[in-house]
Design a protein around this ligand. Structure first.
Ligand SMILES: NC(=O)C1=CN([C@@H]2O[C@H](COP(=O)(O)OP(=O)(O)OC[C@H]3O[C@@H](n4cnc5c(N)ncnc54)[C@H](O)[C@@H]3O)[C@@H](O)[C@H]2O)C=CC1
Ligand SMILES: O=C(O)[C@H]1O[C@H](OP(=O)(O)OP(=O)(O)OC[C@H]2O[C@@H](n3ccc(=O)[nH]c3=O)[C@H](O)[C@@H]2O)[C@H](O)[C@@H](O)[C@@H]1O
Length: 437
């Protein structure tokens, strides 16, 4: 089918490329001309494993194109996907400005009947609002139907997730539109859940909130494990074997970040508040996460009393490995707090250095390798579990630091391995390993 995708961010670009890969003719549209220009020159505007190859392949076979203008980009489209951002406002509610703009702009250019599919994460009721906005502003006699098709991909494995997802949710109050979108997605060969608009919107928020809850839960267990002398990795393994619990999302650490869990959990708390329903559990999940992000600093202050004038090397700035995204990464509050404590901060990340420079400016030093970062450091904080860190020969800390003290916020190393090295090692929810004297 002929499909237009509006918004070429993580979700829009991956959606457009994947729909082209399964045989549709897709035009990806963005109002950021620079982004479109970059895409037209064959370069993806962000790092995502496997995306470049698939993008180039489908541009070359004529199924994928890019446009910076809604009208020309949608000229042949039978279906338009909306994948623009839905950021958070200061009060925690969702900012629907971009969604509203796309809906009204579409109403001005739609000339033939069309299905409008929302990929963006939007509060319950938004798809009905989109239909109402288009219906009241439409200039032609065409009619539209709306479908909520929330996205479940993860950054860093977006292509894999799209082709091997657990389910595709198709929400519509119109059976015909739902059936068309079901057939569009059939080649993915992934179980399809057909439901109504509100259920589909709620499935997305409930899923993200549940995953965030799992993370805060295991982090609380980790904090308790430290106090009672247990090891959270072993505890999580033992819990996860129970299929009712499952082993995914039980990795203890310094909390969740990224462009979605923090925003979507706050939005759901807000949405419940609007319905005069206090979502106590989710509020606690958010508070636990907030505290967890600063855990390494509390541990370091307990250990050293003051961090003033210490040189601390941060390994990892991205909110998780395999992405150059630092949105709501734990590294940001950690750096800000360390600077307040008077710490001399040096940072290294395999993918986010350019982004980091825009955030931390001249307030930190930027290293071009792990070795440069840790040379002469008093303390190392590990904030992201990049493979590059997990594969490190841990003796490197002895070689390049005087009295190596490592605070690992992602449990990158096995404790038995650490015991063989001559370092002091603090991790999350596991016993501290002290240097042999
Ligand atoms: N990033 C992720 O991993 C996931 C994101 N989501 C949701 O998907 C939505 C999009 O997220 P991202 O792709 O991360 O956003 P993003 O911020 O990376 O990209 C949004 C794009 O929309 C463009 N845009 C904004 N207004 C426009 C307009 N009027 N016309 C054309 N283009 C316009 C922007 O220039 C930008 O390129 C959000 O609602 C997010 O919550 C859902 C699942 C995963
Ligand atoms: O709505 C969204 O945008 C997406 O949000 C998450 O995807 P993403 O944010 O890309 O990354 P995750 O792999 O879920 O990790 C999120 C955060 O949780 C942390 N995390 C994850 C898993 C875990 O066990 N422990 C843990 O601390 C990660 O370090 C990271 O900071 C969801 O996993 C996707 O299904 C969803 O589509």
């Amino acid at each position: 089918m002929n499909i237009a995708v509006v918004g070429v961010g993580y979700v829009g670009l991956v959606t457009g490329v994947s729909l082209a890969e399964i045989g549709h003719h897709v035009t990806c549209i963005d109002n950021n001309k620079e982004k479109v220009h970059t895409l037209q020159s064959g370069i993806a505007p962000f790092f995502e494993p496997g995306l470049d190859e698939l993008m180039k392949k489908n541009v070359a076979n004529g199924r994928l194109a890019f446009a910076d203008d809604l009208s020309s980009g949608c000229s042949n489209a039978e279906i338009v996907y909306i994948a623009v951002g839905t950021p958070q406002k200061n009060d925690g509610t969702v900012d629907l400005t971009d969604i509203e703009k796309v809906a009204i702009d579409l109403a001005h250019i739609i000339l033939q009947d069309m299905i409008v599919v929302t990929k963006s994460t939007v509060p319950v009721g938004t798809n009905e609002y989109i239909k109402q906005l288009i219906d009241t502003n439409i200039v032609s006699s065409a009619s539209i139907e709306v479908v909520a098709n929330p996205e479940f991909l993860r950054e860093g494995s977006a292509i894999h997730d799209t082709f091997h997802g657990d389910r595709i949710v198709i929400g519509s109050n119109n059976e015909w539109a739902a059936t068309v979108i079901e057939s569009v997605n059939k080649p993915f060969d992934i179980p399809i859940v057909k439901t109504d608009l509100r259920n589909a919107e709620m499935i997305k928020y409930a899923s993200n909130a549940f995953l965030a809850t799992k993370i805060s839960f295991i982090n609380e267990i980790a904090n308790l494990c430290e106090k009672i002398g247990a090891n959270v990795d072993d505890v999580a393994y033992g819990m996860g074997l129970d299929q009712r619990i499952g082993n995914a999302f039980l990795q203890a650490g310094i909390g969740y970040g990224g462009s979605c869990f923090p925003k979507d959990t706050r939005a759901l708390v807000q949405l419940s508040g609007n319905m005069k329903h206090e979502f106590q559990l989710l509020k606690s999940v958010i508070t636990i996460n907030h505290n967890q992000q600063k855990l390494l600093i509390r541990k370091a202050i307990d250990r050293f009393q003051t961090l003033a004038d210490k040189r601390i090397a941060l390994l990892g700035l991205a909110f998780k490995p395999n992405t150059d995204d630092m949105r709501e990464a734990a590294s940001i509050p950690i750096v800000n707090e360390l600077l307040k404590e008077g710490v001399d901060v040096v940072v290294y990340d395999p993918a986010t250095m350019e982004t980091a420079k825009k955030i931390f400016l001249n307030n930190v030093q930027y290293a071009d390798s792990i070795e440069t970062a840790i040379t002469g450091a008093d303390i190392v904080f590990i904030l992201t579990e990049w493979d590059e860190f997990k594969r490190l020969d841990i003796h490197i800390f002895n070689q390049l630091m005087k009295d190596p003290v490592v605070f690992d916020g992602r449990n990158c190393f096995d404790l038995d391995q650490i015991k063989k090295a001559h370092i002091e090692y603090h991790s999350i929810g596991r016993p501290t390993v002290y240097r042999k004297t």
